[in-house]
Design a protein around this ligand. Structure first.
Ligand code: SF4
Ligand code: SF4
Length: 353
């Protein structure tokens, strides 16, 4: 049997304080009314009953990061020659992400297929990914926006986590899933967990039952390609969209970035920042041409990428973890589920001869 332990809810902060002695511990903390992942501070409140407003994406893929510091200099032998010396800022140190949900952790697996690919491995992402562990909080209830079960996951999915914490009476059952997870459960604040296993299983079953049966998405990749050129379809489904980009920033599986060089005099820094495919400027070319000139084109790209192009490249895996944040936080009430289902159900009009 996997190692299982139990912690009382009142001891969680003391446990995190112990873990924070040797690691940066990220936990769901308040930032105004929003709940975001930030370095744990024992003086601050943490929020565990419901998923954080923002996913923990930035713990491994920061909104903005300095990739390289560089210096220009002139070759004293040939002043027309400019030399550049760069120093990479490879992230160091270990981190623990506490309180992300199964869907959040699944989001990183979508990054992995791209950023840890054998060719073009992203060394910055890799360094953080390898040095970060996950103590994931299973969901004991679901929200109307949750649809992790559409994408082969669920409220107690343990994939990608080192420890799964299942809420039980007055505390959490902690299940180690990896060797790292076992080490994380060494604290004297934890007690035996076997007696809570049955209760935890009931919690997981109840949450899964709340979600009901998922629709069949197996046709989604093909159907989305079939409506690729149907701009009337995309104009209809994107009509309410404000192009604000909130959906992309909150999404645990959106991984587009932009690179800028910021230089002053002979020194500078290469910076990577999150990009936003819903922005009108996303694919704007230097010539002024934009291959995705309208929000309909951009919505097509966002939904198509997640439910068609990515799965077609990566063994059918959907690049959406069903967290529902884009639905919950969209100021225009857009629902990505409705768009996917409309594409699946779409039948072209039959023209009578
Ligand atoms: S959050 Fe809603 S309104 Fe904003 S870009 Fe996304 S779909 Fe459009
Ligand atoms: S597309 Fe929406 S539901 Fe899917 S992972 Fe991103 S934010 Fe979550």
């Amino acid at each position: 049997m996997d190692l299982v332990r139990y912690i009382q809810a009142k001891d969680i902060k003391s446990w995190l304080a112990e873990l924070a002695e040797d690691n940066t511990v990220f936990a769901p903390c308040y930032e105004g009314e929003a709940v975001v992942f930030a370095p744990f501070d024992p003086k601050e409140r943490i929020h565990l009953p419901t998923p954080a407003t923002v996913s923990p994406k930035k713990t491994i893929f920061p909104e903005s990061e300095r990739l390289v510091d560089f210096t220009y200099s002139k070759d004293p032998e040939d002043l027309s020659r400019i030399m550049i010396e760069g120093k990479e800022n490879i992230p160091k140190g270990t981190a623990i992400v506490f309180g992300g949900r199964p869907c959040d952790v699944r989001g990183f697996s979508m990054f992995d297929r791209v950023y840890l690919a054998e060719k073009n491995t992203d060394v910055y992402y890799k360094a953080r990914r390898e040095n970060t562990s996950f103590i994931t909080l299973a969901c004991d209830s679901t929200e109307s926006t949750c649809f992790c079960h559409w994408v082969d996951s669920g409220p107690c999915d343990s994939n990608g986590s080192d420890v799964l914490a299942v809420p039980v009476e007055d505390g959490y059952l902690l299940k180690a899933l990896t060797g790292t997870g076992e080490k994380l459960l060494g604290s004297s604040l934890l007690s035996e967990g076997e007696s809570k296993v049955e209760e935890a299983e009931k919690v997981c079953k109840k949450a899964a039952a709340e979600l009901g049966q998922p629709p069949d998405l197996s046709q989604a990749p093909e159907k989305l390609l079939e409506v690729f050129d149907n701009m009337e379809f995309w104009e209809n489904v994107s009509a309410q969209c404000l192009s604000c980009g909130a959906c992309t920033y909150l999404c645990p599986s959106c991984y587009c970035f932009n690179i800028t060089d910021e230089a002053q005099g002979m020194q500078g820094t290469r910076i990577r920042s999150w990009d936003n495919c819903m922005s009108a400027l996303f694919t704007m070319e230097a010539s002024g041409h934009n291959p995705r000139p309208t929000k309909a084109h951009r919505m097509k790209n966002r939904v198509g990428h997640k439910f068609s192009y990515y799965p077609n490249l990566h063994d059918g895996v959907t690049s959406c973890c069903g967290c529902g944040r884009c639905i919950k936080s969209c100021p225009a009430g857009m629902d990505i589920r409705e768009i996917v289902l409309k594409a699946i159900e779409f039948e072209p009009a039959v023209i009578e001869e």
